[in-house]
Design a binder for this molecule. Structure first.
Ligand code: GLU
Length: 309
């Protein structure tokens, strides 16, 4: 009993620690706090800005040109992918590096990007109403979403996985979720898949995965489900408390969201991705960010330059 309580206490403290981590500047842990691996600026590539770039057929690019910089939607609480340091307001992670590469290729210095945090459920509307020019944040390309927005890429291939507490023995894959409380983000493909394919699971959704992870650490849910790339980042932050189990059970190709119909922009981004994969920048960016969660750089998936739509 005593052990049970102390475990609960430990978990509650871990949840608190994770929240504090999210609030503290990445990588600057105080004495006594667990070492936190964070992207190091010095290892990140610099992306040369393409001079006198023009894209007159893209209304999105023209608007950004008049404004003087890109406005990019992103995530702010996904370790190694998209994280915002609340003290400085700076965004870091693999998705952020992809956004910087794209900015440079479109003729805008990466340092000028204005990032906006947009939750999974709000991505399509924010692209449709012109609130953002691009979206780079673990955004799965699929046919349903292609009716609403355009996608450059993919630039990474993830797969749905499960995150549980480290002493969880019952959940090893999605087949074990019947009667379990499973947390995911509203409007995400992993939440939709649980509803469609594992209806016996008790699905709860929030705006963000970090709320799900806090709920897991405090025993309010039994598992968190989303892409393995995201879950590995959370597990890496508190490895004694959390583990990723089983094999990925979907394919989640990450694309760069653009307003639907802006084919000129989409093709320019496809070209830029191909170039950055060839010249080694993609790989360097991965190694300095997502690679820190423990998975060596894969070969990027082929860019799918689908016809103008
Ligand atoms: N890649 C999935 C999606 O686009 C899950 C991650 C997320 O919610 O951003 O829905």
């Amino acid at each position: 009993m005593l052990h049970f309580h102390s475990t609960r206490l430990r978990r509650a403290l871990a949840a608190l620690a994770l929240t504090v981590l999210a609030l503290a500047a990445a990588g600057c842990g105080k004495d006594g706090s667990p070492p936190v691996k964070g992207p190091e600026g010095s290892e990140l590539p610099q992306y040369p800005v393409v001079k006198s770039f023009q894209l007159p057929d893209s209304p999105t690019w023209e608007k950004a040109k008049r404004r003087g910089h890109l406005v990019v939607g992103a995530k702010e609480d996904q370790p190694y992918l998209g994280e915002r340091d609340p003290a400085s307001g700076l965004y870091t992670g693999f998705d952020i590096e992809i956004a910087k590469m794209m900015s440079a290729a479109l003729g805008f210095p990466p340092s000028t990007i204005q990032f906006k945090t947009i939750a999974s459920a709000n991505r399509e509307t924010s692209l449709q109403n012109g609130q953002i020019d691009l979206y780079v944040g673990t955004y799965t390309i699929n046919d349903m979403r292609k009716k609403l927005v355009g996608f450059a890429g993919p630039y990474y291939l993830a797969g749905q996985g499960l995150l549980v507490r480290s002493d969880e023995d019952d959940i090893k894959g999605p087949q074990d979720l019947a009667g379990k409380r499973v947390c995911s983000a509203a409007g995400s493909t992993p939440a939709q898949r649980i509803q469609a394919d594992y209806p016996k699971a008790d699905l709860v959704t929030y705006d963000t995965y970090s709320v799900c992870v806090d709920n897991l650490l405090t025993f309010q849910v039994d598992a968190v489900t989303t892409d393995d790339a995201i879950l590995l980042g959370y597990a890496a932050k508190v490895p004694d408390e959390l583990k990723v189990v089983g094999k990925p059970f979907s394919e989640e190709p990450y694309g760069i969201g653009v307003p639907r119909g802006d084919n000129a922009l989409r093709f320019a981004l496809d070209d830029a991705l191909v170039k950055d994969e060839k010249n080694g920048d993609w790989r360097k960016a991965y190694d300095a960010t997502l690679g820190l969660s423990g998975v060596p750089a894969p070969k990027p998936p082929p860019v799918d330059r689908y016809p103008a739509s």
